[in-house]
Design a protein around this ligand. Structure first.
Ligand SMILES: [Zn+2]
Length: 556
């Protein structure tokens, strides 16, 4: 017995030696990660308005942070949902599956919105705005990996006016993802995340900030003569607000209760940043032992950009206002967390083209086409050549070999092609021939053909990276530079491979970020890879990016 006892003691002593004591040394990580994605911010806006910015906003990020100057979007199409998905997953549509803001499943021909989810219900907002979740996103995000790395202790939240621009950044395990409901003028979520709105958000919504914002409208922040970087206030290239006769300041025609109008006003950014500050404070983000993460999307820059196009007075005023609010937000972070304790980055989900008529007036080749009209004509052409709707075929059986032309993708109806024994190769040849005869079309690329390899870079790799086998179409249309698929003669849009759509700002600032500037080419997918390298956590499971090498330099 005595021997047995000493044997047990000996064994337990051995176990004590074998078991390492818990270490007090932890990995150095920031208290908080904040990502600010300025929707449709072209890289050149950093410098176009440089002399107009104050010291505490964009200039502070460039001077005291690290600017990765040549960051390009490395897939097509350059739309919002793929952009946000890419930033936070480090992946591309071919892998993360967010092939557009909407897409068509090739197998069934049914279309879906990128974050639509019929299995969830709205929380704190309307049905139309509320059946949303990240279920269509096929990979993890930085936030998901942060939670996995810290045994779920890190908290991850996301805010935006747009559902897709908070849901995709927030990822699958978000603790709070909130977006704006036009019908109520309040922020909401869905049952994917939780069954009620947190008390602090109910209080925030009860402040009814959009009411006073709509009453105030939008006036120029400075005397008009100071706006040297923009066209005159009234040009034919600009869209008008509802109820306006001219697209000119002051913009004050907003009806009370027209809450959707907030989106295309600078106030939309003000509202989102106010929500971000309230969330950080109320949720005590960045006060635990592990880093928390907040993804912020400022969406009003996109709506204003679409309506007015880059050279409008409105865009200059919008960025001056944003610069000021950014300065206040950075000061808020410094004051709350202490300088250098927050790892922050600022980027964009895509850029934006100039208005084609504006470019034409500068004698630059440009133009636009509508996918709706062009698609119908393409269908008619192909169907008549192949006798799809020839006499004798019942009207209700009338179909087209071209199912859709959407997001630059042409989808063929393979069920019809097979059932009627059409020659698929001949149909593709005919579509290419027809499309290449239209103005502004540079190429129609077939994704399952090795000739895709003969395309020049970066178009080739961006087509390949952007094409999801089950969600993208059979052929992709590449417009000539300066051309795009759009519906309005005013304003602008984005979606192509060209630098104006694909070149985005990328600024890192704060925790462990040296001052510097690099002109080394990089990709949007590098953002997530860099964040994970800094945080010393695993990269998202579809990440193809390369971490940025920060080198200190004197800056500018
Ligand atoms: Zn966008």
């Amino acid at each position: 017995m005595k021997y047995l006892l000493s044997f047990v003691l000996w064994i337990s002593g051995l176990a004590a030696i074998a078991q390492p004591r818990p270490s007090t040394q932890t990995i150095a990580r920031p208290k908080l990660v904040v990502g600010i994605v300025v929707d449709q911010m072209r890289w050149d806006y950093l410098y176009r308005y440089w002399d107009r910015y104050g010291e505490g906003g964009f200039r502070k990020l460039v001077r005291e942070g690290f600017s990765q100057e040549q960051t390009m979007i490395n897939y097509l199409p350059t739309f919002t949902a793929p952009g946000h998905a890419c930033i936070w997953t480090g992946s591309v549509p071919a892998i993360h599956g967010i092939a557009g803001n909407d897409w068509i499943y090739s197998a069934s021909g049914t279309s879906t919105y990128c974050v639509y989810d019929s299995t969830v219900q709205p929380v704190g907002g309307s049905w139309r705005a509320g059946q949303m979740s990240p279920r269509n996103l096929l990979t993890t995000t930085v936030g998901d990996e942060l939670k996995l790395a810290t045994n779920g202790r890190s908290r991850v939240c996301a805010v935006s006016l747009k559902d897709r621009a908070s849901i995709l950044p927030g990822g699958h395990q978000s603790d709070g993802t909130y977006w704006y409901d036009d019908s109520t003028g309040t922020f909401m979520t869905s049952t994917y995340y939780r069954t009620d709105l947190p008390g602090w958000l109910q209080q925030f919504n009860a402040r009814k900030l959009p009411d006073s914002m709509l009453r105030a409208g939008w006036t120029l922040a400075q005397p008009e003569k100071n706006y040297r970087h923009s066209t005159a206030d009234s040009t034919p290239y600009e869209g008008r607000y509802k109820g306006e006769k001219t697209p000119t300041f002051p913009h004050t025609s907003f009806r009370p209760g027209d809450y959707g109008a907030i989106r295309a006003l600078p106030a939309g950014n003000t509202l989102t940043l106010e929500l971000a500050k309230t969330l950080l404070t109320a949720e005590k983000m960045g006060t635990g032992a592990d880093p928390d993460l907040l993804a912020i999307n400022l969406a009003s820059t996109d709506y204003v950009g679409h309506q007015f196009a880059p050279n409008a007075l409105e865009v200059e005023d919008l960025y001056l206002r944003l610069d000021r609010e950014l300065a206040q937000f950075l000061a808020f972070l410094d004051q709350r967390y202490g300088k250098g304790n927050v790892l922050l980055f600022l980027t964009a989900d895509h850029g934006g083209a100039h208005n084609p008529r504006f470019l034409q007036d500068y004698k630059i080749p440009a133009g636009q086409f509508t996918e709706g009209d062009m698609g119908k004509n393409m269908q008619h052409d192909a169907d008549s050549v192949f006798g799809v709707n020839a006499p004798g075929i019942q009207k209700d059986a009338q179909r087209s070999v071209v199912r859709f032309f959407n997001n630059y993708y042409i989808y063929l109806d393979d069920t019809l092609i097979q059932s009627r024994g059409y020659n698929r190769e001949a149909i593709i040849r005919r579509i290419r021939q027809y499309m290449l005869g239209r103005p502004g079309i540079a190429d129609v690329v077939r994704l399952d053909d090795p000739s895709v390899l003969l395309l020049p870079e970066p178009i080739r790799s961006r087509i390949i990276n952007g094409h999801h086998k089950k969600r993208s179409g059979d052929l992709i249309v590449i417009p000539e530079p300066g051309w795009f698929a759009g519906y309005a003669p005013t304003g602008t849009t984005h979606g192509t491979w060209n630098p104006y759509d694909a070149h985005i700002p990328l600024l890192f600032y704060g925790w462990n970020i040296p001052k510097g500037r690099s002109t080394q080419p990089g990709s949007m997918t590098d953002i997530a890879a860099t964040l994970c390298t800094l945080l010393q956590i695993q990269m998202p499971n579809g990440c193809i990016g390369t971490p940025i090498r920060f080198r200190e330099s004197s800056g500018n």
